[in-house]
Design a protein around this ligand. Structure first.
Ligand SMILES: [Zn+2]
Length: 391
Protein backbone atom coordinates (compact mmCIF):
# COMPACT_ATOMS: atom_id res chain seq x y z
CA UNK A 1 0.00 0.00 0.00
CA UNK A 2 1.17 3.52 -0.71
CA UNK A 3 0.18 6.70 1.06
CA UNK A 4 -0.69 9.72 -1.00
CA UNK A 5 -0.30 13.29 0.18
CA UNK A 6 -2.35 16.16 -1.07
CA UNK A 7 -0.15 18.78 -2.73
CA UNK A 8 0.37 21.87 -0.58
CA UNK A 9 -1.02 25.14 -1.85
CA UNK A 10 1.51 27.12 -3.92
CA UNK A 11 1.83 30.73 -2.95
CA UNK A 12 3.94 33.57 -4.39
CA UNK A 13 5.10 35.57 -1.37
CA UNK A 14 4.60 39.34 -1.99
CA UNK A 15 7.59 40.25 0.15
CA UNK A 16 10.37 37.96 -0.96
CA UNK A 17 8.84 37.07 -4.35
CA UNK A 18 9.97 33.51 -3.94
CA UNK A 19 7.64 30.61 -4.50
CA UNK A 20 6.74 29.03 -1.18
CA UNK A 21 4.57 26.12 -0.26
CA UNK A 22 2.11 27.26 2.36
CA UNK A 23 0.25 24.45 4.10
CA UNK A 24 -3.13 24.54 5.74
CA UNK A 25 -3.87 23.85 9.40
CA UNK A 26 -5.23 20.46 8.30
CA UNK A 27 -1.98 19.52 6.56
CA UNK A 28 0.09 20.45 9.60
CA UNK A 29 -2.21 18.44 11.86
CA UNK A 30 -1.59 15.43 9.62
CA UNK A 31 2.16 15.79 10.19
CA UNK A 32 1.72 16.28 13.95
CA UNK A 33 -0.43 13.17 14.14
CA UNK A 34 2.22 11.16 12.34
CA UNK A 35 4.43 11.97 15.34
CA UNK A 36 1.65 11.65 17.92
CA UNK A 37 -1.17 9.45 16.56
CA UNK A 38 -4.47 10.71 17.87
CA UNK A 39 -5.56 7.17 18.71
CA UNK A 40 -2.94 7.12 21.50
CA UNK A 41 -4.78 9.81 23.50
CA UNK A 42 -6.41 8.64 26.71
CA UNK A 43 -10.22 8.36 26.56
CA UNK A 44 -11.84 11.71 27.28
CA UNK A 45 -8.72 13.74 26.54
CA UNK A 46 -9.96 16.49 24.19
CA UNK A 47 -6.91 16.55 21.90
CA UNK A 48 -7.12 18.00 18.41
CA UNK A 49 -8.21 21.32 16.97
CA UNK A 50 -9.51 23.55 19.78
CA UNK A 51 -10.49 26.47 17.57
CA UNK A 52 -9.82 27.82 14.08
CA UNK A 53 -10.46 26.80 10.50
CA UNK A 54 -8.86 23.56 9.22
CA UNK A 55 -8.38 25.12 5.77
CA UNK A 56 -6.61 28.24 7.06
CA UNK A 57 -3.13 28.76 5.59
CA UNK A 58 -0.24 28.68 8.05
CA UNK A 59 3.01 30.62 7.64
CA UNK A 60 3.84 30.97 11.33
CA UNK A 61 3.45 28.36 14.02
CA UNK A 62 4.12 28.64 17.75
CA UNK A 63 4.63 25.80 20.23
CA UNK A 64 3.59 26.19 23.86
CA UNK A 65 2.84 23.99 26.85
CA UNK A 66 -0.36 25.81 27.76
CA UNK A 67 -2.94 27.82 25.87
CA UNK A 68 -3.19 30.64 28.38
CA UNK A 69 -4.23 34.21 27.64
CA UNK A 70 -0.51 35.01 27.89
CA UNK A 71 0.63 32.48 25.25
CA UNK A 72 -2.30 33.28 22.96
CA UNK A 73 -1.38 36.99 23.24
CA UNK A 74 2.26 36.21 22.43
CA UNK A 75 1.14 34.26 19.37
CA UNK A 76 -1.15 37.08 18.25
CA UNK A 77 1.62 39.67 18.63
CA UNK A 78 3.90 37.61 16.38
CA UNK A 79 1.13 37.12 13.77
CA UNK A 80 1.16 33.38 14.39
CA UNK A 81 -1.48 31.42 12.47
CA UNK A 82 -1.42 28.19 14.47
CA UNK A 83 -0.60 27.68 18.15
CA UNK A 84 0.27 24.06 18.96
CA UNK A 85 -0.07 23.33 22.66
CA UNK A 86 0.40 20.29 24.86
CA UNK A 87 -2.37 20.87 27.40
CA UNK A 88 -5.71 21.27 25.61
CA UNK A 89 -7.28 24.71 25.75
CA UNK A 90 -10.69 23.10 26.24
CA UNK A 91 -9.59 20.53 28.82
CA UNK A 92 -12.74 21.32 30.79
CA UNK A 93 -15.91 21.89 28.76
CA UNK A 94 -17.08 25.51 28.80
CA UNK A 95 -20.12 25.93 31.04
CA UNK A 96 -21.99 28.84 32.61
CA UNK A 97 -19.75 28.40 35.67
CA UNK A 98 -16.44 28.88 33.83
CA UNK A 99 -17.51 31.02 30.86
CA UNK A 100 -15.60 33.98 32.31
CA UNK A 101 -12.61 31.83 33.35
CA UNK A 102 -9.06 31.77 31.97
CA UNK A 103 -9.74 29.13 29.30
CA UNK A 104 -12.72 31.07 27.93
CA UNK A 105 -10.68 34.29 27.87
CA UNK A 106 -7.86 32.60 25.97
CA UNK A 107 -10.35 31.06 23.54
CA UNK A 108 -12.11 34.37 22.87
CA UNK A 109 -8.76 36.08 22.24
CA UNK A 110 -7.67 33.28 19.87
CA UNK A 111 -10.92 33.52 17.91
CA UNK A 112 -10.69 37.33 17.74
CA UNK A 113 -7.13 37.07 16.44
CA UNK A 114 -8.07 34.39 13.89
CA UNK A 115 -5.56 32.09 15.60
CA UNK A 116 -6.03 28.35 15.26
CA UNK A 117 -5.17 26.32 18.37
CA UNK A 118 -4.36 22.62 18.24
CA UNK A 119 -3.41 20.34 21.15
CA UNK A 120 -1.43 17.10 21.22
CA UNK A 121 -1.61 15.96 24.83
CA UNK A 122 -1.62 12.34 26.06
CA UNK A 123 -1.08 11.20 22.46
CA UNK A 124 2.23 13.10 22.54
CA UNK A 125 3.03 11.71 26.00
CA UNK A 126 2.49 8.17 24.74
CA UNK A 127 4.05 8.38 21.30
CA UNK A 128 7.39 6.72 20.65
CA UNK A 129 8.85 10.11 19.62
CA UNK A 130 7.04 12.03 22.29
CA UNK A 131 7.62 13.84 25.55
CA UNK A 132 8.83 10.81 27.51
CA UNK A 133 11.24 9.80 24.78
CA UNK A 134 12.87 13.23 25.23
CA UNK A 135 12.96 12.71 29.00
CA UNK A 136 14.58 9.27 28.67
CA UNK A 137 17.06 10.58 26.07
CA UNK A 138 18.16 13.29 28.47
CA UNK A 139 19.53 10.52 30.71
CA UNK A 140 20.66 8.46 27.72
CA UNK A 141 18.58 5.53 29.00
CA UNK A 142 19.28 2.24 27.23
CA UNK A 143 17.25 -0.99 26.93
CA UNK A 144 14.05 1.02 27.15
CA UNK A 145 10.57 -0.32 27.78
CA UNK A 146 7.35 1.55 28.37
CA UNK A 147 5.83 1.41 31.84
CA UNK A 148 2.25 1.22 30.61
CA UNK A 149 1.66 0.31 27.01
CA UNK A 150 -0.89 2.24 25.03
CA UNK A 151 -3.17 0.16 22.88
CA UNK A 152 -5.92 2.08 21.10
CA UNK A 153 -9.19 0.20 20.81
CA UNK A 154 -11.07 -0.42 17.61
CA UNK A 155 -13.51 -3.06 16.31
CA UNK A 156 -13.19 -5.87 13.82
CA UNK A 157 -16.49 -6.30 11.98
CA UNK A 158 -16.96 -9.70 10.35
CA UNK A 159 -19.79 -10.22 7.84
CA UNK A 160 -20.79 -13.40 6.02
CA UNK A 161 -22.27 -12.63 2.61
CA UNK A 162 -22.90 -14.52 -0.67
CA UNK A 163 -20.04 -13.89 -3.11
CA UNK A 164 -22.21 -11.97 -5.62
CA UNK A 165 -23.12 -9.36 -3.00
CA UNK A 166 -19.66 -9.14 -1.45
CA UNK A 167 -18.56 -5.95 -3.23
CA UNK A 168 -21.84 -4.19 -2.50
CA UNK A 169 -21.50 -4.87 1.24
CA UNK A 170 -17.80 -4.02 1.25
CA UNK A 171 -18.46 -0.67 -0.51
CA UNK A 172 -21.25 0.16 1.94
CA UNK A 173 -18.87 -0.42 4.87
CA UNK A 174 -16.22 1.81 3.29
CA UNK A 175 -18.70 4.59 2.50
CA UNK A 176 -19.75 4.61 6.17
CA UNK A 177 -16.13 5.10 7.26
CA UNK A 178 -15.03 1.49 7.85
CA UNK A 179 -11.69 0.13 6.64
CA UNK A 180 -9.62 3.12 7.74
CA UNK A 181 -6.21 2.03 9.09
CA UNK A 182 -3.95 5.01 9.79
CA UNK A 183 -3.54 6.89 6.53
CA UNK A 184 -4.93 3.98 4.52
CA UNK A 185 -8.56 3.67 3.51
CA UNK A 186 -10.44 0.82 1.87
CA UNK A 187 -8.73 -1.82 4.05
CA UNK A 188 -10.50 -5.19 4.27
CA UNK A 189 -9.97 -8.91 3.94
CA UNK A 190 -12.25 -11.57 2.47
CA UNK A 191 -12.10 -15.32 2.01
CA UNK A 192 -14.56 -17.82 0.56
CA UNK A 193 -16.19 -20.64 2.51
CA UNK A 194 -19.42 -22.49 3.09
CA UNK A 195 -22.19 -21.05 5.25
CA UNK A 196 -25.00 -23.21 6.64
CA UNK A 197 -28.36 -22.21 8.05
CA UNK A 198 -31.84 -23.51 8.73
CA UNK A 199 -34.58 -20.92 8.11
CA UNK A 200 -37.32 -21.28 10.74
CA UNK A 201 -41.05 -21.42 10.01
CA UNK A 202 -42.42 -17.99 9.07
CA UNK A 203 -39.11 -16.67 7.71
CA UNK A 204 -38.55 -15.23 4.23
CA UNK A 205 -35.04 -16.38 3.34
CA UNK A 206 -33.28 -14.83 0.33
CA UNK A 207 -31.81 -18.27 -0.40
CA UNK A 208 -33.56 -21.58 0.37
CA UNK A 209 -36.93 -22.41 1.91
CA UNK A 210 -38.35 -22.24 5.46
CA UNK A 211 -37.81 -25.50 7.30
CA UNK A 212 -35.04 -26.76 4.95
CA UNK A 213 -31.30 -27.00 5.73
CA UNK A 214 -29.25 -24.83 3.40
CA UNK A 215 -25.59 -24.67 2.38
CA UNK A 216 -24.34 -21.57 0.57
CA UNK A 217 -21.02 -20.39 -0.88
CA UNK A 218 -20.31 -17.28 1.17
CA UNK A 219 -17.48 -14.88 1.73
CA UNK A 220 -16.23 -13.92 5.17
CA UNK A 221 -15.54 -10.19 5.01
CA UNK A 222 -13.42 -8.55 7.73
CA UNK A 223 -13.14 -4.81 8.17
CA UNK A 224 -11.43 -2.72 10.87
CA UNK A 225 -13.77 -0.06 12.21
CA UNK A 226 -13.00 2.85 14.50
CA UNK A 227 -15.40 3.34 17.45
CA UNK A 228 -16.73 6.68 16.13
CA UNK A 229 -18.16 5.10 12.95
CA UNK A 230 -19.17 1.66 14.25
CA UNK A 231 -22.90 2.47 14.39
CA UNK A 232 -22.93 3.88 10.85
CA UNK A 233 -20.96 0.93 9.43
CA UNK A 234 -23.27 -1.67 11.04
CA UNK A 235 -26.40 0.13 9.81
CA UNK A 236 -25.12 0.48 6.24
CA UNK A 237 -23.74 -3.06 6.06
CA UNK A 238 -27.08 -4.40 7.26
CA UNK A 239 -28.94 -2.28 4.69
CA UNK A 240 -26.69 -3.48 1.84
CA UNK A 241 -26.81 -7.15 2.90
CA UNK A 242 -29.23 -9.37 0.96
CA UNK A 243 -30.17 -11.60 3.91
CA UNK A 244 -33.19 -11.18 6.17
CA UNK A 245 -30.95 -11.97 9.19
CA UNK A 246 -27.36 -11.25 8.19
CA UNK A 247 -24.65 -12.77 10.38
CA UNK A 248 -22.55 -9.83 11.54
CA UNK A 249 -20.02 -10.27 14.36
CA UNK A 250 -18.27 -7.39 16.10
CA UNK A 251 -15.03 -8.10 17.97
CA UNK A 252 -13.28 -5.58 20.22
CA UNK A 253 -9.63 -5.28 19.16
CA UNK A 254 -6.54 -3.35 20.16
CA UNK A 255 -3.89 -1.82 17.94
CA UNK A 256 -0.30 -2.56 18.61
CA UNK A 257 1.87 0.52 18.11
CA UNK A 258 5.54 -0.27 18.77
CA UNK A 259 7.12 1.82 21.53
CA UNK A 260 3.87 3.60 22.39
CA UNK A 261 2.93 3.99 26.03
CA UNK A 262 3.22 6.05 29.16
CA UNK A 263 6.50 6.34 31.07
CA UNK A 264 9.81 4.73 30.13
CA UNK A 265 12.17 2.54 32.15
CA UNK A 266 15.75 1.93 31.12
CA UNK A 267 19.33 1.56 32.16
CA UNK A 268 21.83 4.38 32.67
CA UNK A 269 25.07 4.09 30.67
CA UNK A 270 26.88 4.00 34.04
CA UNK A 271 25.73 3.66 37.62
CA UNK A 272 25.35 6.98 39.40
CA UNK A 273 24.08 8.15 42.75
CA UNK A 274 20.54 9.44 43.03
CA UNK A 275 22.04 12.85 43.81
CA UNK A 276 24.13 12.82 40.61
CA UNK A 277 21.13 11.84 38.48
CA UNK A 278 19.02 14.52 40.16
CA UNK A 279 21.68 17.17 39.52
CA UNK A 280 21.88 16.22 35.85
CA UNK A 281 18.11 16.25 35.38
CA UNK A 282 17.67 19.46 37.36
CA UNK A 283 20.26 21.29 35.32
CA UNK A 284 19.03 20.03 31.90
CA UNK A 285 15.41 20.78 32.72
CA UNK A 286 16.16 23.99 34.57
CA UNK A 287 13.99 22.60 37.36
CA UNK A 288 13.83 25.23 40.07
CA UNK A 289 12.97 22.89 42.89
CA UNK A 290 12.98 19.13 43.21
CA UNK A 291 11.93 16.85 46.04
CA UNK A 292 13.30 13.43 46.78
CA UNK A 293 11.91 10.43 48.60
CA UNK A 294 14.90 8.17 49.24
CA UNK A 295 18.63 8.58 49.67
CA UNK A 296 20.82 10.93 47.62
CA UNK A 297 23.85 8.71 48.06
CA UNK A 298 22.17 5.50 46.82
CA UNK A 299 23.76 4.15 43.62
CA UNK A 300 21.28 3.43 40.83
CA UNK A 301 21.47 1.91 37.36
CA UNK A 302 17.83 1.27 36.43
CA UNK A 303 15.77 4.47 36.15
CA UNK A 304 12.19 5.18 35.06
CA UNK A 305 10.79 8.52 33.94
CA UNK A 306 7.36 9.95 33.22
CA UNK A 307 6.87 13.64 32.47
CA UNK A 308 3.87 15.46 33.95
CA UNK A 309 1.82 13.68 36.61
CA UNK A 310 3.16 10.14 36.68
CA UNK A 311 2.74 9.04 40.29
CA UNK A 312 0.07 6.55 39.21
CA UNK A 313 2.83 4.59 37.45
CA UNK A 314 4.85 4.10 40.63
CA UNK A 315 3.93 0.39 40.82
CA UNK A 316 4.79 -0.04 37.13
CA UNK A 317 8.18 1.60 37.72
CA UNK A 318 8.82 -0.78 40.61
CA UNK A 319 7.69 -3.73 38.48
CA UNK A 320 10.20 -2.62 35.84
CA UNK A 321 12.82 -2.91 38.65
CA UNK A 322 13.59 0.80 38.51
CA UNK A 323 15.71 1.91 41.48
CA UNK A 324 14.81 5.54 40.83
CA UNK A 325 11.57 6.91 39.42
CA UNK A 326 11.47 10.52 38.19
CA UNK A 327 8.13 12.25 37.63
CA UNK A 328 6.05 15.23 38.83
CA UNK A 329 3.02 16.13 40.94
CA UNK A 330 3.90 13.60 43.65
CA UNK A 331 1.49 13.64 46.59
CA UNK A 332 2.17 12.78 50.21
CA UNK A 333 0.68 9.29 50.00
CA UNK A 334 2.65 8.55 46.81
CA UNK A 335 5.78 9.44 48.79
CA UNK A 336 4.80 7.09 51.61
CA UNK A 337 4.12 4.35 49.08
CA UNK A 338 7.56 4.86 47.49
CA UNK A 339 9.11 4.45 50.96
CA UNK A 340 7.18 1.23 51.45
CA UNK A 341 8.15 -0.16 48.05
CA UNK A 342 11.74 0.92 48.58
CA UNK A 343 12.09 2.90 45.35
CA UNK A 344 13.78 6.31 45.17
CA UNK A 345 11.24 8.83 43.92
CA UNK A 346 12.28 12.20 42.51
CA UNK A 347 9.65 14.89 41.91
CA UNK A 348 10.96 17.38 39.31
CA UNK A 349 7.63 19.18 38.92
CA UNK A 350 5.11 19.04 36.10
CA UNK A 351 6.34 21.91 33.96
CA UNK A 352 10.11 21.29 33.49
CA UNK A 353 10.16 17.91 31.67
CA UNK A 354 7.08 18.70 29.59
CA UNK A 355 8.45 22.06 28.47
CA UNK A 356 11.78 20.40 27.68
CA UNK A 357 10.06 17.67 25.63
CA UNK A 358 7.97 20.23 23.75
CA UNK A 359 11.05 22.05 22.48
CA UNK A 360 12.29 18.76 21.04
CA UNK A 361 8.85 18.05 19.57
CA UNK A 362 8.85 21.50 17.93
CA UNK A 363 12.21 20.80 16.31
CA UNK A 364 11.03 17.41 15.07
CA UNK A 365 7.87 18.94 13.63
CA UNK A 366 9.89 21.67 11.93
CA UNK A 367 12.18 19.05 10.40
CA UNK A 368 9.29 16.93 9.16
CA UNK A 369 7.56 19.95 7.62
CA UNK A 370 10.81 21.04 5.97
CA UNK A 371 11.13 17.49 4.58
CA UNK A 372 7.77 18.05 2.88
CA UNK A 373 9.04 21.29 1.38
CA UNK A 374 6.94 23.39 3.76
CA UNK A 375 8.81 26.40 5.03
CA UNK A 376 7.13 27.47 8.20
CA UNK A 377 8.44 29.81 10.81
CA UNK A 378 8.32 27.94 14.13
CA UNK A 379 8.65 29.85 17.38
CA UNK A 380 8.37 28.88 21.04
CA UNK A 381 6.22 30.66 23.58
CA UNK A 382 7.98 32.23 26.52
CA UNK A 383 6.43 30.36 29.43
CA UNK A 384 7.38 30.00 33.05
CA UNK A 385 6.71 27.36 35.65
CA UNK A 386 3.97 28.69 37.92
CA UNK A 387 5.91 27.19 40.86
CA UNK A 388 8.95 29.15 41.94
CA UNK A 389 11.37 28.21 44.72
CA UNK A 390 10.84 30.28 47.83
CA UNK A 391 14.50 30.31 48.72
ZN1 LIG B 1 1.09 18.00 31.57
Amino acid sequence: MHSKRSAPFLFACHWCKELKKVPTVKQIIKTIEEIAPRALALPGDPVGLQCGEPDRLVSRLMVSLDATLETVTQAAELNVDLLVTHHPLLFEPLTQENILGPAAKALVRAIREDLAVYSAHTNLDASADGINDSFASLLDLRERRVLQSSSPEYFKVVVYVPGEQLERVRSAAFRAGGGQVGDYSGCSFSIEGVGTFHPGEGTSPTIGLPGCDEKVQEARLEISVQPAVLGAVLADVRAAHPYEEPAIDVYPAISSIPGAGFGIAGVLPQSATVGQVAARVGSALNAGSMRLVGKKGRKVKRVAVCAGSGASLLDAAAAARAQLYITGDVKYHDARKAEEIGINLLDVGHFPPERYGLNRFGKLLEKKLAGLGLKIQVSYAKERDPFVPVS
